[in-house]
Design a binder for this molecule. Structure first.
Ligand SMILES: Cc1cc2nc3c(=O)[nH]c(=O)nc-3n(C[C@H](O)[C@H](O)[C@H](O)COP(=O)(O)OP(=O)(O)OC[C@H]3O[C@@H](n4cnc5c(N)ncnc54)[C@H](O)[C@@H]3O)c2cc1C
Length: 609
């Protein structure tokens, strides 16, 4: 493993490495891609801005969606494909949804072959649990710590295979030779020294964008770096208006506001009540899901005992529906003392059951909020959780519009359409991580001697851009701008949007960009979080603009995009196209384009008759 202390570069010098495939990001997507690239014979490196093992994937709780049929033999890829497309309100790239549904079971099985220990059914098969929007129980899981087991397994394999890992190393620029990728440039977080990777392929696996919002389940790393790097390199982003607000984040105490409360609580029997004690989700069943959703408490409760013959409880509608319903109840004044809604599993399951199935949730509430979830309800509310939008890629290879640039996992777009079903991210990481790693290594192998080269002037420009905040005098500190941006995105581009607020948001983003041009960083390059933030902030601003612009253009409500001024889903105008974002001519903002949806073949269309 490569660490700062092993870098060998002289003080202030530039370290340089040669690889065939450089993977930026060490979550599930990045590690699976690196394993595939290495196994295909490519010289492979993984670069990640925090420690190896500390990616979002490790926080994933509920499970990996895969139609293995262990609980319901009637489950199969076709049903999973149909659920995914319906959950995404038909804007998903159908080919990605198909590949995902077909290949996820094999990828889960492979994880087990590599040493992952899943919970078991009574028959000794991998256990599968219920989640919103999935017709059958199909999330392979390890209690409510699935991501931890997944990362542990992938990380162990990465290390075993001897793949080079550069941790606490942030990539700030992608480098190109003409239209082709030639490498990546970044810095060591500890020393501030620069580092360059000469490589004909880069796989972006940098995760999400949640840190642009004030209330979020995301951690400090998720500043949309991959999204912004891709834009600046000439690739396009798709579906950026669709941001998933998870229905259940903690609302109290303030220090942990937004921290995720897994959907497994509802999958395992938890229900939502307002301050009047009403189980309100029955009032919010949309027409689209009415035929398969229980409309009485009795029928909903029977489902937990006899899932086969009953319609699903409304608490297990897709996340966008549940988050909007919670938001409406709170707005109508039926919220809890801390501005949330009650999530109650205590009155419905035994303490033993809760502690066994939801150990992390039990400890999370006990330690952080002094609430015993086996005895009393939790207070929860929506939290910015996941971005459906990301780099537009080819479904089979994950290659972007830029030759040699691939994107995978949360920073890629298309797979989830307007709304992701729970559990479909972890499956996505494995399926498309493998595909991207294989495609990138095949492309690199085919280049022979015709490898792209890095130009000196591009390296100088990358250094100058990274150091720019040190050159300014008398400007503002990046933390203030970041806080203002987060508040603004929360207030104006949040769960419910209007045209006027989105226009205001774009004006505010322009003002933040102006302030960021003169932001100032104190001190020197050695471990300097203010400097790191000043670099990340540029990405956050670009990505925020992409979200707000796309959200303003889409004059309808669908999935993770709700317009108060256009509350209906308008299939005629908006059901046939996606919005795509590219960098504008000035290089500091974005342009918006419409793109027709790829046409689904007839043999798949039949599932939606
Ligand atoms: C609390 C929580 C629970 C969740 N539960 C589930 C679940 O049960 N099931 C499910 O399917 N999904 C779940 N999700 C979503 C899922 O975990 C994420 O979407 C997924 O893990 C993202 O994986 P990734 O590999 O794309 O990126 P991540 O795991 O987010 O990893 C990103 C990597 O990129 C690195 N990076 C970022 N920028 C740079 C840069 N500039 N230079 C170098 N490195 C960089 C980071 O350091 C990190 O290593 C959950 C998410 C959260 C937050």
């Amino acid at each position: 493993m490569t660490g700062n202390e092993m870098s060998g570069a002289s003080e202030g010098g530039m370290e340089r490495h040669q690889y065939d495939v450089v993977v930026v990001g060490a979550g599930g997507a990045g590690l699976r891609a690196a394993i595939a690239a290495h196994e295909a014979g490519a010289r492979t490196a993984v670069v990640c801005k925090s420690l190896l093992g500390k990616a979002h994937t490790v926080m994933a709780e509920g499970g990996i969606a895969a139609a293995m049929g262990n609980r319901w033999p009637e489950d199969n890829w076709e049903v999973h494909f149909r659920d995914t497309m319906r959950g995404g309100k038909m804007l998903n790239n159908w080919r990605m949804a198909q590949l995902h549904a077909q290949e996820a079971p094999e990828r889960v099985q492979e994880l087990e072959d590599w040493g992952a220990l899943f919970d078991r059914t009574e028959d000794g098969l991998i256990s599968q649990r219920d989640f919103g929007g999935h017709k059958y129980a199909r999330l392979a899981h390890v209690g409510d710590r699935t991501g931890l087991e997944m990362i542990r397994t992938l990380q162990q394999r990465t290390v075993q295979l001897g793949i080079d890992v550069f941790m606490e190393c942030t990539v700030t620029e992608l480098l190109k030779d003409g239209e082709r990728i030639s490498g990546a440039f970044g810095y060591w977080r500890e020393t501030g020294r620069f580092i360059t990777f000469d490589a004909p392929t880069v796989i972006l696996a940098t995760g999400g964008i949640g840190k642009s919002f004030k209330v979020t389940s995301n951690s400090w790393e998720y500043t949309g770096d991959g999204h912004a790097l891709a834009l600046r390199a000439g690739a396009a982003l798709i579906n950026m208006e669709f941001v998933q607000f998870h229905p259940t984040g903690m609302v109290w105490p303030p220090s942990v506001k937004g921290l995720l409360v897994t959907e497994s609580v509802r999958g395992d029997g938890g229900i939502l009540r307002n301050s009047e004690g009403k189980r309100f989700m029955f009032d919010y069943i949309p027409e689209f899901f009415r035929s398969e959703t229980a409309d009485t408490e009795e029928e909903a409760d029977r489902w937990y005992d006899d899932k086969k013959n009953n319609r699903r409880p409304p608490e297990l509608l897709p996340r966008d529906e549940v988050a909007r319903a919670i938001n409406s109840e709170i707005k109508a004044g039926r919220g809890t003392p801390h501005g949330g809604i009650y999530l109650d599993i205590a009155s419905r399951r035994t303490p033993e059951f809760i502690r066994k199935r939801l150990p992390s949730m039990y400890h999370q509430f006990k330690e952080l909020a002094d609430v015993d979830i086996t005895q009393e309800p939790m207070e929860i509310g929506p939290t910015c959780h996941y971005v459906m939008g990301g780099v537009e890629v080819d479904a089979d290879t994950q290659e972007s519009a830029v030759t040699g640039l691939y994107a995978v996992g949360e920073c890629s777009g298309g797979m989830h359409g307007s709304n992701r079903l729970g559990g479909n991210s972890l499956g996505d990481l494995l399926v498309f991580g493998k595909r991207a790693g294989e495609a990138a290594s095949a492309y690199a192998a085919g280049l022979g001697a015709a490898r792209p080269a890095i130009r000196d002037e591009d390296l100088k420009a990358a250094q100058a851009s990274a150091l720019a905040p040190f050159e300014v005098e008398g400007g503002e500190n990046p933390y203030t701008i970041q806080q203002d941006l987060q508040q603004s995105m929360n207030d104006l581009v949040g769960i419910i949007r209007t045209g006027a607020e989105l226009e205001e948001s774009l004006r505010e983003i322009e003002a933040f960009k102006e302030r960021a041009r003169t932001m100032v960083v104190e001190g020197h390059r050695q471990y300097n979080p203010g400097w790191h933030l000043s670099i990340d902030l540029r990405n956050m601003l670009l990505v925020s603009e992409a979200i707000a612009k796309a959200a303003l253009a889409r004059e309808e409500s669908r999935g993770g995009h709700t317009r108060d001024d256009f509350p209906k889903t308008d299939n005629e105008v908006w059901g046939t196209k996606n919005l795509v974002v590219t960098l504008d001519a000035g290089g500091t903002g974005v342009d918006l384009h419409e793109k027709p949806l790829p046409v689904m073949p007839d043999e798949l269309k039949k599932y939606f008759d």
